[in-house]
Structure formats: structure tokens, C-alpha cells
Design a protein around this ligand. Structure first.
Ligand code: ZN
Length: 129
């Protein structure tokens, strides 16, 4: 599954309509992935949402890593289109580059991505919500 996720994420990158540097795509085990998620402003306050967060982006200076967790993806849907939709969602976060520090900002950032993905790729957006 790891290779398939990376290949689909690259495909999403090629579909993405805005110019951004290609992020590093990584596939993580649940433990490592959870450690990253728990640092995010939303999940910090809503641990129950871990099971609803199959991918996340980490900004490290100029580099961005997009991480996927196969175990959580499997809870939802492992179809190719779903994984592409997840990756596209993360690419909009990278394009927007909104640094979030509070839960409120995180929700605004999610809403913006939701709007952008829905505008450019309504079929993929539908798979995520
Ligand atoms: Zn998001």
C-alpha cells in the first residue's frame, strides 16, 4: 500500500492546478503519525478526531512533508480516488500556507481548503466530506 499511496500522491501533484514545489510524500505507521497529529492545533483539543485524520502536512522551513497513515486511510476507503482527494486536500494547504496556532485558525484553514478543492475538483471534494 505504501508505494501505491506515494504514486497516487504524485499523481495528485500533477493534477494540482497551482505552482508549488513538490513536497516530500511519506507514509507513516500509526504511532509516528499520531505523534505528529497531536501537535496540530485541532487534534490537540479533539483527540477523538485522530481516526478522521488520515493525512497531514508538516512545514519544516522551506520544506514540506505530506504524511499519510495507511491504517487510518483503511478506516475510510482505500480506493485510488480517495487517496488522490486526500493528497489534493493537503496540496491546497501547502498552496495557502496558512500557519495555524489556534483551533479557530485551523478551522478557517480547513474551510478554505474545502472551498478551493470543491471549486477546482468537485468530484474529488465529494469523496472527502
Ligand atoms: Zn486539512
Amino acid at each position: 500500500m505504501e508505494k501505491r499511496i506515494i504514486a497516487l500522491a504524485r499523481k495528485a501533484f500533477h493534477l494540482f492546478p497551482h505552482k508549488i514545489d513538490e513536497p516530500k510524500f511519506k507514509v507513516l505507521e500509526r504511532d509516528e503519525f499520531e505523534d505528529l497529529l497531536l501537535k496540530s492545533p485541532i487534534i490537540k483539543h479533539h483527540k477523538e478526531d485522530i481516526d478522521f485524520s488520515p493525512a497531514l502536512s508538516c512545514f519544516k522551513g522551506d520544506n514540506v512533508e505530506v504524511c499519510f497513515c495507511p491504517e487510518i486511510i483503511r478506516h475510510f476507503n482505500e480506493k485510488d480516488d480517495f487517496i488522490i482527494a486526500l493528497a489534493l486536500h493537503e496540496l491546497y494547504h501547502i498552496w495557502n500556507r496558512i500557519m495555524v496556532n489556534s483551533e479557530e485558525e485551523a478551522i478557517m484553514s480547513e474551510n478554505l481548503v474545502h472551498y478551493e478543492l470543491g471549486k477546482d475538483f468537485p468530484e474529488y471534494a465529494k469523496l472527502l466530506y
